[in-house]
Design a protein around this ligand. Structure first.
Ligand code: HEM
Length: 395
């Protein structure tokens, strides 16, 4: 879908809680209803192994999806409390802004190294040469995944994303995702084993130590599945945030100049990219209990799609929502969701993207995107380009 904003915008105007027979569920598009949906975690479940998704799953051959099942069923993003609360409590400290700030100098260095390796003043593969690498390098270093394994980890994580972010175009998607999940799971398990024997100064060792202090009732598979989640949750999403941002600045050169004149606006700029073209367009739930959303009765077991991107363009919540304005204040976008599942990695994604745009805007006069317009990858849940070639002109 190359113009999701227009599509969901029309839906929001026409029928804000709409039953889509093809998806067999409700599509929710108004800001107030989407945020209410995120906050209604007692009625709207995230559990992918129960309710309507559980029924679909039971019909499939389990041997074909053994590892995807392991990852999905034990990752706390696809579970409800109390399990979700237990895992989140275990991991929370590592992702509070204070912990993430300690990683900023290293992220700045990685940004500089990656950008300087690309030629200026000629077309470069920005997505493949920069945006694809940065998030995985940062999270792998933080977790303590050895340097020599990072290329493979990126590849496996990308394969698994095909199922998680519902890429529509690849007939071989499920097989590749299972292969990626298996390789990632077994590899992370080997690193966890190693850190149990010989702890180091890294996040995997810190998680294992905290597990002993806070809650030692997790199984080894649960620990491994949630570390796997940390590896891939921020990979495609942050990659898309940074490349969607480059395209937004290309379409709005006045805002690029504004950032160059006022570099302190970079934090607001990243929030505005998240709002106008956030990488997670929609988030699925199902009704564990009946509820009323936007005046519509949702019945037990119904599927519900909360469309973040439609909420973020709702004129009832944002003045002049189609305008890309890096000085926007009071930007209460829901690109990271809301409620108990609000993105755990948001401080990390923000920090990496701020460093990327600070560096790019200081260093380059203008940015020109070669594909005009760049095409979005066909995917339901995620919003990112198939390719993004760009020319960065030196200042
Ligand atoms: C721009 C980048 C990112 C975006 C747009 C994003 C978006 C989201 C959204 C919308 C959710 C809620 C999902 C739901 O309610 O079903 C979520 C959850 C989550 N995200 Fe992110 N994310 C990003 C980056 C990251 C990073 C860098 C990490 C970690 C390294 C991360 C880890 C997580 C985790 C662990 C959860 C589950 C939280 C929970 O269920 O309590 N994300 N993210």
């Amino acid at each position: 879908m190359n113009s999701p904003r227009e599509f969901y915008g029309a839906l929001r105007e026409h029928s804000c809680v709409y039953f889509n027979p093809r998806w067999n569920g409700w599509i929710v598009t108004r800001y107030d209803d989407v945020t209410a949906g995120f906050r209604a975690h007692e009625q709207l479940s995230s559990d992918r192994m129960a309710g309507p998704w559980g029924e679909d799953y039971a019909l499939q051959d389990p041997s074909l999806h053994e590892y995807i099942y392991k990852v999905l069923s034990q990752s706390f993003v696809w579970r409800d409390p109390p399990y979700q609360t237990r895992v989140r409590t275990l991991l929370n400290r590592a992702f509070i802004p204070r912990s993430v700030e300690l990683l900023r100098p290293r992220a700045r260095q990685l940004v500089a190294d990656l950008i300087e390796a690309l030629p200026a003043d000629e077309p470069v593969d920005f997505l493949g040469g920069f945006a694809f690498h940065l998030p995985v390098m940062v999270i792998c270093e933080y977790l303590g995944i050895p340097g020599e394994a990072r290329e493979s980890v990126k590849q496996w994580s990308d394969q698994l994303s095909g199922v998680v972010f519902v890429h529509g175009h690849d007939p071989d998607r499920d097989r590749k995702a299972e292969e990626g999940a298996r390789s990632l799971f077994e590899y992370v398990r080997s690193v966890v084993d190693e850190r149990r024997r010989r702890p180091q100064d890294d996040l995997i060792s810190a998680i294992l130590a905290a597990q002993g202090d806070i809650d030692d009732s997790f199984t080894e598979d649960e620990i491994v599945a949630n570390i796997v989640l940390l590896v891939f949750a921020g990979h495609e999403t942050t990659m898309n945030l940074i490349s969607n941002g480059v395209a937004a600045f290309w379409r709005n050169p006045d805002q690029w100049r504004r950032l160059q004149d006022r570099p302190e606006l970079v934090r607001h700029a990243v929030e505005e990219i998240l709002r106008v073209d956030g990488p997670l367009r929609a988030t699925a739930r199902w009704a564990r209990q009946p509820l009323v959303l936007g005046g519509t009765e949702i019945e037990l077991n119904d599927r519900v799609l909360l469309v973040n991107i439609a909420a973020n363009h709702d004129p009832a919540a944002f003045e002049n929502p189609e305008r890309f304005d890096i000085g926007r204040t009071g930007n209460r976008h829901v690109a990271f969701a809301a409620g108990i599942h609000t993105c755990l990695g948001a401080p990390l994604a923000r920090m990496e993207s701020q460093e990327a745009f600070s560096y790019l805007s200081e260093r380059f006069d203008v940015v020109e995107v070669v594909e005009d317009p760049p095409r979005y990858r066909p995917a339901i849940a995620s919003g990112g380009f198939e390719a993004l070639h760009a020319i960065f002109r030196e200042r």
